[in-house]
Design a protein around this ligand. Structure first.
Ligand SMILES: Cc1cc2nc3c(=O)[nH]c(=O)nc-3n(C[C@H](O)[C@H](O)[C@H](O)COP(=O)(O)O)c2cc1C
Length: 180
């Protein structure tokens, strides 16, 4: 698939077919994710793969603040990815201070770049994804036994789409851009 086609055909997918997602294909997607840029190439973004239906149901029940849309996506998806970042790396200088006025918010920037790289790679392999930002990060961290030096930054459900997904409307590019 051409790059622009991949960017334009990626959709948030919340309903999935029964086709399983193999570890082989996940590994290929994660290999592509390693190419994502990051703050000073610090590469602090990590993924925890949840394949167990029991754990997915527990996450849907206890860790998404009762948000029904996410509860459904998580229960339905064959694989749930929990994205996290290693604390105090992105945006930081070697002495532990932060390099810019944006402090350590660059961590979320890195997480976003990584997530979009993952979603595009998945789209290229015919898989659908949805990034989810509505969750209780403390409960989620406990449920997946996340190491203490990491923070949850997002969830991504992944699976083969059950059918076509309509694109929500986009603003015209001219509205996003100011040429000086
Ligand atoms: C940071 C972020 C958080 C999001 N959180 C959720 C979420 O919690 N649940 C959900 O169903 N979709 C979520 N989405 C998906 C957006 O709703 C979706 O990207 C947007 O409607 C555009 O649709 P498209 O992805 O199909 O182009 C999130 C997307 C982003 C980038």
């Amino acid at each position: 698939m051409e790059a622009l086609e991949c960017i334009k055909t990626r959709r948030s997918v919340r309903k999935y077919s029964d086709q399983p997602v193999t570890r082989e294909i996940l590994d290929q997607i994660f290999e592509a994710v390693t190419y994502a840029p990051s703050w000073k190439n610090t590469q602090s973004v990590r993924y925890t793969v949840v394949e167990s239906q029991e754990l997915k149901e527990k996450i849907a029940e206890e860790a998404v603040l009762g948000f029904a849309l996410n509860q459904k996506s998580i229960s339905r998806c064959p694989v749930l990815l929990i994205q996290s970042t290693i604390n105090s790396i992105s945006g930081h200088s070697p002495d532990g201070g932060t390099d810019t006025s944006k402090g350590d918010t660059w961590t979320m920037y890195d997480a976003g770049v990584s997530a979009q790289t993952l979603c595009l790679a998945a789209n290229d392999y015919g898989l659908g994804t949805v990034i989810m930002g509505v969750f209780d990060e403390k409960v989620l961290a406990e449920l997946i036994q996340l190491p203490e030096n990491q923070t949850v930054t997002g969830m991504i459900a992944i699976g083969y789409p059950a059918g076509p997904n309509k694109m929500p409307p986009r603003k015209p590019a001219a509205e996003l851009v100011t040429y000086l």
